[in-house]
Design a protein around this ligand. Structure first.
Ligand code: GLU
Length: 337
């Protein structure tokens, strides 16, 4: 019948057209392949818990790096980890290629200070760039009677998992006050991703997190139950900040979380990106290039990046020498002489 014949020929036309499209796509793929670098280099960035800022920060870096993978051949992925010290140790053991780490852990690794004393100074640690500020953040249950950080004494406190950056900062604070874990009713070692639930389930009275703001972890705590952000300031804190180059006074700006109507004074560090001296110059160059050449998009990828500044990112909180791949980019664009 004419109508079914018509349908048949339409099908044929569609079939031939589909073949043509597939062939064209195949050609395009082959053409694209011809430009693809001979080998693919896989790199992994160690971050922190998924509700922190490191994890999305690593994701933001990888997203920009992966956009250019057809030209440079680097495929970037992110790993959630226990935090700063875990990242540094994993780079040292060649289990991770890059890591986001606190400037205090960065300094401690370079000098072989706690918690890195077992392996001595890490001479091959290299800086790539600095990221956002990380105020030391104490969140307490509103019903726990904690108004200042000294009220943490005698309470159930999550001091952070071993290997996390907050654990290192908390230990520095405890040493400055002459406290040990015995000064708490209970010292818990939960990860950053577990602690907000523990706080709201009344398993702990307070939690600490050295982290950029805003972040999903503190949002989770402040939305789920009634909490207070606790000020960490006073003469002991001023002395601590005066004593160590990687500490600074810092604030958690008001209005970022439910129930925070005023700025909270505290001290803090900065987040930095590190790698090993064994990492190839070309890979480091491409990572820095991807972030700095797409800087406005990068800043928009996380609200904690809002005030990032290129010049500060080449130096702030970087105790290890800059990796030559980063230096090459910074010199190329005049960020370094
Ligand atoms: N500063 C924390 C650490 O070093 C991680 C913060 C985050 O996950 O954003 O462990």
């Amino acid at each position: 019948m004419p109508s079914s014949l018509g349908q048949l020929s339409i099908r044929r036309v569609v079939g031939v057209f589909t073949l043509l499209v597939l062939a064209a796509l195949g050609l395009a793929a082959t053409a694209g392949h011809a430009q693809t670098p001979a080998s693919v280099r896989y790199i992994t960035i160690g971050t922190g818990g998924v509700t922190g800022v490191y994890y999305p920060a690593g994701g933001a870096v990888c997203r920009l790096v992966n956009k250019g993978r057809r030209t440079h051949g680097i495929r970037c992925s992110v790993e959630s980890t226990g935090g700063s010290a875990v990242n540094i140790d994993s780079i040292r053991m060649e289990e991770l290629d890059f890591g986001v780490v606190q400037s205090d852990a960065h300094y401690a690794a370079v000098h072989g200070n706690a918690p890195f004393e077992a392996h001595g100074p890490y001479a091959d640690l290299r800086s790539v760039f600095a990221l956002h500020p990380e105020p030391f953040t104490v969140v307490a249950r509103a019903d726990a009677g904690i108004r200042s950080f000294k009220d943490l004494k005698g309470k159930r406190v999550n001091i952070g998992n071993p290997g996390s950056g907050q654990r290192g900062t908390m230990e520095a604070l405890m040493a400055a006050l002459g406290w040990t874990t015995a000064d708490f009713a209970q010292a818990m070692e939960l990860t950053s991703a577990q602690q907000s639930k523990a706080l709201c389930d009344n398993k702990v009275d307070a939690m600490v997190f050295t982290v950029g703001h805003p972040n999903a972890s503190i949002k989770e705590a402040t939305i789920t139950c009634d909490t207070v952000l606790v000020e960490v300031s006073g003469p002991e804190i001023d002395a601590l900040v005066g004593q160590y180059p990687y500490f600074n006074t810092n604030t958690i700006p008001k209005g970022m979380y439910r129930g925070t109507e005023r700025d909270i004074k505290t001290f803090g560090v900065g987040a930095t990106v590190v790698t090993s001296a064994n990492m190839s110059d070309e890979v480091v160059y491409q990572i820095v290039h991807a972030v700095f050449e797409n800087f406005e998009s990068f800043r928009l990828l996380h609200p904690a990046f809002a005030r990032l500044d290129k010049a500060a990112m080449t130096a702030q909180g970087l105790s290890a020498p800059l990796h030559p791949g980063a230096v090459r980019y910074f010199k190329e664009v005049g960020l370094m002489d």
